[in-house]
Structures are given as C-alpha cells and as structure tokens.
Design a protein around this ligand. Structure first.
Ligand SMILES: O=C(O)CCC(=O)C(=O)O
Ligand SMILES: [Fe+2]
Length: 380
C-alpha cells in the first residue's frame, strides 16, 4: 500500500537525494517522458534544419520562485447542465461534423470556439461530455492573447496550476507540452522502456480534478505525435453487472508524489507540496449521469482497504481493460489550428512519442477544475 500522504510529502518530494530509496518502488509507477531542457534561443530563432517556434510567447519557463499553498476546495458549477441539447451553437449549418468512432471522438470544422457566447460554451461542455473528446479544426485560439484564452477557459471552472509543468512566462495556469526542435531525449527513454504510452487522466491526485479540458497545438511534427483517447464510461459499461457491483463503493488513492519527485530529480520546479487523495473507482458524471472508471496507472496507487495483491490484481485488470479497448479508443491527429477538448472525468489519454525527425511538438493546455468525484449507487 502507498505510504500515507503526511509521511511522504515532507521526505520524498523535498529532498531529491532520498529518491533512490524509492527506486523501483512507488517512484517507478509514474512514467516521465518530458524533455529536461531546451534552448530558448534556438527555439526562438530556428536553425538551418528547423524553423523557429511559431508561438514563442508560449515557450516554457520554469520559475522556481513560483510556489503556491495547497489548493482549497471550491464549489464547481458545471455549465453543461444548462446546455440546449440540440446544440444550435455547436452543430450549426456551417459546421462539418465527423464522428471518429461511434462511442468516442468527433471532429468539427466550421465554428470558431473563441466566438462562442455563454450559451455556446454551455453546449460545448455538454457536447464534449457526450462525445468524450472533440477536435475543433481551424481555430484562432492560439493566436489570442494568452489572457483571453484563459478568460475563455475560466468559464468552465477554476484554473488548475500544475505543480511541475512549464508555462509561458507570467501565466502559470497554462500547462505546456513541449519537445524542442532537434530534441533527442526520447532516445534515452526508449533505452529502458518499450513504449511511450502512458494512459492517464490529468492530475487525478487533486481533490477536484479537471473536467472540460482544452489542449491546442502550437507546432506539430509533419506526422506523428497524435494523442490517443479512451472512453472510460464505455469501459465501465463493458464490465459484467457482477463485476461492476464489486467496484462500487471502493475507493482508490491517487498520488501526485512521483510526478513531483520526477521533476525535482531533474532539477526542475515544485510549485506545491504533493497530495494523495482518495476517489471512488466508479464516478458519476454530474451532467450526463454516466458512470465511468476513475483509476489510471500514472496516478492511482492502491484500493483502500484491500491487501496489496488484491488491489494490484483489480487495478491491473482495469488498466489493461482500458489500454486494450481499441474498440472504445479514438486517435486525434493534430493539424495547425486544432483545439482538442475532452472531458477528463470520462476519458483517459496518452501522448505518443513516435516521430524521429526531431521536429518540434508544442501544445498548450487549459485545465479548469471540476467537482470532487462522487459515486451514485449501483443500479444493476
Ligand atoms: O502530448 C499529448 O499528446 C498529451 C499530453 C497530455 O497528457 C496533456 O497535456 O494532458
Ligand atoms: Fe494529460
């Protein structure tokens, strides 16, 4: 079982020299793939081989002075509840709508997110909850001033400030994904690991993990670097009623310790002390009422009240079930101008590091937090 939050927080996260004590233990549960560093000058100017970053205002900074107290609970209101479910602002007559698969994933071209009214944003929250992940093409979102993009995102919930990610200078609410041009750090990663796949939903160690979440592309390789999504409501539905019944009422721990340790170990930042939180394994969506599996191998550590082998057996089965579920997955290919919106309550996702050209990959995430996960009774 994971050590308790209070015992580990002070020791593990603060003192990098103690990390080796945990090598092969809880530390290895978290898969870390982000590059350690990049050259800001080369990114800004480019090289003979690679063009300059298209959005230098979004290049990552890690400010060690930026530290925050623990997150406090807040009342979340999910605007998806107010949506007109005929979606007049999303499914407009100009919108080209393509479902990627029957149960998860839609592409929409022909509407501009930045122009949505509040009624349109309500519909967006609901539509994304239904489709799980929606790729909006040809958006002007990345061209907005960062403060405007954040204002838009703030409608969906309180901005999450990530404990370790790089962010654009002055905007810690933006989480950046960045692999600079010519970066080769993944080669070292692949010396020890067979796959870059790391299924997760974002920051589930928080008491109130994100809901409607926005990831938009700034620079992408010509091909490769897609993002994969899995529908965890469908994953729940595939289980037998008998097994569903077993899962109901169980809680699992989610740990932010290892992610922070990985950051500290590479000399990077820790904006907040890590948290370990218990969440129900089956959660209910506040808008659709759907039940979904809320565990993931990046952050979930054990099932409360079970012995280690029991807990591992159930969690490993659920992780494999979700990872194997190609019949409830969608794969999003990035194009310039894409904004991908997912519901972090009912999907998991994974980055894919599969391109070898050294081309830059650069994305920004806006991460509104949602309600504390809750469970409603098993209905059979
Ligand atoms: O890089 C990606 O495709 C996804 C990264 C990710 O997991 C995230 O931004 O939440
Ligand atoms: Fe993520």
């Amino acid at each position: 079982m994971a050590p308790s939050a209070t015992e580990t927080v002070a020791e593990l996260a603060v003192d990098a020299s103690k990390l080796k004590l945990y090598a092969g233990g809880v530390e290895s549960a978290y898969k870390e793939l982000s590059p350690v560093a990049y050259s800001k000058d080369l990114e800004e100017v480019g090289t003979d081989e690679y063009a300059a970053a298209k959005y230098p205002n979004y290049l990552p900074t890690w400010n060690k002075e930026q530290t925050y107290p623990p997150l406090q609970p807040f009342e979340h209101y999910d605007h998806g509840k107010d949506a007109d479910t005929t979606f007049p602002n999303i499914l407009t007559k100009d919108a080209k709508v393509t479902h990627l698969t029957p149960t998860i994933g839609t592409e929409i071209d022909g509407i501009q997110l930045s122009k949505l009214t509040d009624a349109g944003k309500d519909e967006l929250a609901r539509y994304v909850a239904e489709r799980k992940v929606v790729a909006f093409r040809n958006q002007d979102f990345a061209d907005l001033p960062i403060s405007e993009a954040l204002k838009f995102g703030g409608y969906f919930g309180r901005h999450h400030i990530h404990p370790t990610s790089g962010s654009p200078a002055g905007h810690p609410e933006i989480h950046l994904v960045h692999r600079g041009a010519g970066d080769k750090s993944h080669e070292t990663f692949f010396k020890n690991r067979v796959s870059s796949v790391a299924w997760h939903s974002d920051v589930t160690y928080e008491q109130q993990p994100p809901g409607t979440t926005f990831l938009y592309i700034l620079d992408n390789p010509e091909t490769g670097g897609d993002t994969l999504f899995a529908n965890t409501a469908e994953a729940y539905n595939r289980l037998s009623p008998s097994f569903q019944r077993i899962l109901h009422g169980l809680k699992a721990t989610h740990s932010g310790i290892e992610q922070i340790n990985a950051s500290v170990k590479k000399g990077s930042i820790k904006r907040r002390e890590p948290t370990v939180t218990e969440h129900p394994i089956v959660r209910t969506h506040p808008v659709t009422g759907e039940k979904s599996l809320f565990i993931n191998p990046q952050f979930t550590r054990d099932i409360v009240g079970l012995k280690k082998e029991e807990s591992d057996a159930i969690l490993n089965f659920l992780y494999e079930h979700i990872a194997w579920g190609a019949d409830f997955h969608a794969r999003v290919k990035w194009q310039a101008g894409s904004v991908v919106v997912w519901d972090n309550r009912t999907v998991q996702h994974t980055a894919i590091v599969d391109w070898k050209t050294g081309q830059r990959r650069h994305l920004a995430r806006i991460t509104p937090q949602a309600e504390r996960p809750y469970e409603t009774p098993f209905e059979g």
